[in-house]
Design a protein around this ligand. Structure first.
Ligand SMILES: [Zn+2]
Length: 185
């Protein structure tokens, strides 16, 4: 007897409904016994996937962020309002783990504020910092790389609006030396 696909499917379904109880018990048993295994497998798979697709995930995330910037800000502001302590804790942790980044953002903020342009990348600045080995070139004291601040050789207060600072126009100084120089102007 030749069976069409539809007939086969019907037969299968009928068998399933006739033995529904058995199926569901078996299924549940199977799920329970494999839950742990499955979880472990899923975890391993996720880790592998993340490692193998690092770049595409990064791109996807940044694309998504760019497209949903407004919404992202709204959400995070709402979250901060609802969980001020958690958000604070997170921020503190982030700041202490990313001191160099935070310092660079401060300069970026100041740049917008004073209407000047820093025409160099974070990498260039980090390279310059690394060259000092954490020693302030002015007082020759070791303060550590994260404590070196960005000094503008031509002071911000003296340059015209829209002034462009290249990497040669700035240098790392310890906070003390930097503020001493700023006092002079
Ligand atoms: Zn110094």
């Amino acid at each position: 007897m030749v069976q069409t696909r539809g007939e086969l499917l019907k037969k299968k379904l009928k068998h399933y409904y006739d033995n529904k109880e058995r199926y569901s018990i078996n299924n549940r048993k199977w799920v329970q016994s494999h839950k742990k295994k499955r979880k472990k497998y899923q975890k391993e798979y996720a880790v592998k996937y993340r490692i193998n697709n690092k770049d595409s995930i990064k791109k996807y995330k940044s694309d998504y962020y760019k497209e949903n910037k407004e919404e992202h800000y709204k959400k995070s502001r709402k979250y901060i309002k609802q969980h001020p302590e958690k958000a604070n804790k997170y921020l503190r942790k982030y700041r202490s783990n990313n001191k160099l980044k935070v310092a660079f953002w401060k300069h970026k903020h100041r740049e917008r504020y004073r209407n000047i342009v820093h025409n160099f990348t974070q990498m260039e600045w980090l390279e310059k910092l690394q060259l000092t080995k954490g020693v302030c070139p002015m007082c020759n004291k070791f303060v550590g790389i994260p404590k070196l601040t960005l000094h503008h050789i031509n002071p911000i207060s003296k340059v015209k609006a829209g002034h462009i600072y290249t990497i040669k126009g700035v240098k790392p100084l310890c906070r003390r030396c930097n503020s001493k120089i700023n006092d002079k102007y």
